[in-house]
Design a protein around this ligand. Structure first.
Ligand code: BV8
Length: 245
């Protein structure tokens, strides 16, 4: 695919939401230090103990519903870049997030792909319908589309399940001039392989903006380390003033 001159693809992970008060996964006090992936984030776990899995996601959904968790300066800066970049450089900005929170959309981002799903949506195990989820799941609720009872699961991608919109994502990676990775440890595939895909397909510049070097740090042409709320607004200002350098 002909590489468009100035399209930007931004991959985000749990680190961009940390300063909004949401836990990451693999930091010291991270989610996977408290509970095992095999017990709460696989289809087998859901079959084995649906109550435990529903409880895990109900506990993570509640803070987002409380209204106390808000986008931070990094989310806001990315929403600004999406709005101002087309006039500046004639290209599009798309965020591909691994996060299941709603902070990017709350900050105003619209070109947004939730490749690992969304915790504020539920999916029916009987008919596949996806619907908004503003409450706990696992209390005998029925599907608004097919009426089946107790078949709703969180609309998130578990380990061993195929992430969402992969074809669209690979097309965007092949057609971008800049790939930015923010707040991700580079442990989880296929997201962790995106930087190589972007580099392999053309002359995309690649940059990692993270608190510390990720597992994939060596794949990036450039890297800056620090908290997202420091790095991202400054980097967006640079892009809007000087373009991709
Ligand atoms: C797939 C949603 C194939 C739910 C998540 C066996 C069978 C099948 C696949 C596999 C297998 N074995 C391995 C695999 C591949 C597997 C994988 O990669 N496993 C890893 C653990 C080795 N991948 C999968 O299973 C994927 N599917 O491969 O399907 C397939 C093929 C055909 C047919 C069917 C299937 C699916 C993976 C998706 C799993 N779901 N989440 C939920 O959220 O509960 S993954 C989970 O990890 C989250 O989405 C999270 O976002 C993601 C990645 O983590 P990070 O976002 O990077 O978070 P982390 O804590 O790790 O890092 C945070 C970073 O931020 C750190 O670097 C930190 O320094 C930084 N940071 C902290 N504070 C700040 C900061 N940065 C800036 N500022 C700060 N203030």
């Amino acid at each position: 695919m002909e590489q468009s001159k100035q399209n930007i693809v931004i991959l985000t992970g749990a680190g961009i939401s940390k300063e909004s008060g949401l836990a990451t996964f693999r930091d010291e006090d991270g989610i996977w230090s408290k509970v095992r992936i095999e017990d709460v984030a696989t289809p087998e776990a859901f079959r084995r103990d649906p109550e435990k899995v529903q409880g895990f996601y109900n506990a993570r959904r509640r803070p987002l519903l409380s209204g106390n968790i808000k986008p931070n300066g990094a989310h806001d800066a990315l929403a600004r870049l999406e709005k101002e970049w087309p006039d500046k450089a004639g290209g599009q900005v798309t965020i591909v997030t691994q996060n299941i929170d709603n902070l990017h959309e709350t900050a105003g981002s619209e070109n947004l792909i939730h490749m690992h799903g969304e915790i504020l949506k539920a999916r029916c195990g009987a008919c596949g319908a996806v619907s908004p989820c503003q409450d706990n799941l696992g209390n005998g609720e029925s599907c608004a589309d097919c009426g089946e009872v107790n078949r709703l699961r969180p609309h998130v991608v578990w380990f061993g399940e195929m992430p969402l919109e992969m074809d669209r994502i690979y097309g965007l990676l092949e057609d971008c001039a800049l790939f930015i990775s923010i707040g991700t440890s580079g442990n989880v595939y296929p997201a962790a392989g995106f930087v190589q895909h972007a580099r392999g397909q053309g002359a995309a510049h690649t940059i990692e903006l993270n608190l510390e070097p990720s597992e994939g740090a060596t794949f990036f042409a450039e890297a800056r380390y620090g908290p997202a709320t420091d790095l991202i607004p400054a980097y967006v200002d640079e892009l809007l003033s000087h373009g991709i350098t």
